[in-house]
Design a protein around this ligand. Structure first.
Ligand SMILES: [Zn+2]
Length: 144
């Protein structure tokens, strides 16, 4: 029984362990495999970026409240997030990059923007709970 080339479907001639009819077909097949992986990564990145954009839109300042319906209407995908953050009270925030959301009662969501790289946030504390002793605004005062 002759095997068929998985790329073009032609019967494979030659050695029994040959998987493709030609080098060209083997390369084409492998390239397609790689690009499928690339596409998958790209799709996930796009979903995460879209989630981030939606949260960004909904958070005019540091925090905001929204509904599940509104998030879904904007195309938010709850299956994808970049990381979670669990507070000392065992509350889990889901983050898409620097924007996070927390499911609260009645299909409402509490939204936060993480600011741990610039200043201490009153809502979400730094990982590890280290206190940032440098106060925000110290530098601006000197430059005036
Ligand atoms: Zn072929």
């Amino acid at each position: 029984m002759k095997k068929e080339c998985p790329e073009c479907g032609e019967k494979i001639k030659g050695r029994a362990d040959k998987k493709f009819c030609s080098d060209m077909c083997r390369n084409a097949f492998n390239n397609k495999l790689n690009s499928d992986t690339t596409n998958y990564v790209r799709n996930v990145n796009n979903i995460l970026r879209k989630n981030r954009r939606i949260l960004e839109e909904l958070i005019p300042a540091e925090t905001a409240k929204t509904t599940k319906a509104k998030l879904i209407q904007k195309g938010f995908n709850f299956q994808y997030y970049t990381n979670t953050y669990i507070t000392k009270k065992s509350v889990t925030y889901y983050f898409c990059y620097e924007y996070g959301y927390l499911p609260i009662e009645n299909d409402y969501y509490f939204l936060v923007k993480r600011k741990e790289y610039s200043e201490q946030s009153s809502t979400v504390k730094n990982h590890g709970g280290t206190e940032n002793t440098k106060k925000h605004g110290d530098k601006e005062e000197k430059s005036r």
